[in-house]
Design a protein around this ligand. Sequence first.
Ligand SMILES: [Zn+2]
Length: 196
Amino acid sequence: MPFHELIAKDPQLSCYLFSEDDARGRRMVRPQYRPFICPRCAKVDELRALAQAGVPDIRFSSTRDIVSTADDFKLCSQRFIDGLAAAGITGLSFLPLPSQSGAFIVLPQARAKVDETIAGIEAHGERCSQCARWRETAIGPLCQSIEKPADALAIFSPAVWPESVRGARPLFFCTASAAKALSPQRFKGLELSEAF
Ligand SMILES: [Zn+2]
């Protein structure tokens, strides 16, 4: 059974979690996250960076309940968190933005196992020998490779994330029953799209 992917329809194209423009307009990893750069492929270990170096000082403007950042993470409103609780949806954790009250970074509580032999990942460039991340992926991991969580109402995220040259692109999935439970909440900016 295919999963539904949670997609934020409103990208915040100038809002990056992990990088910023320096005085000369070059895009650089934020100083607080530089200790988490892989010495081999130069990607930031995003989850460890957020956990250990804290949440960046970012602002954005949107009336949506969920948006994506320019580096493909997701931000949500308090209404989104309350709505998930009301619908009995589990599986996510939320990091508050210190610079903008009522806005949160959306993260998975746990990662679902991926069977890489059937994940159908189409990659460009090498896989890093140090952190095991690809330089860039075009396809995958496919639903068939991702272990479905025991809780039918959980939103879940695969252990392997797609990669852009800039970094990870976190994926969030749910089953059809969770999608049905989410629908009456009418979250602004959320699209549930059937995943492959
Ligand atoms: Zn690496």
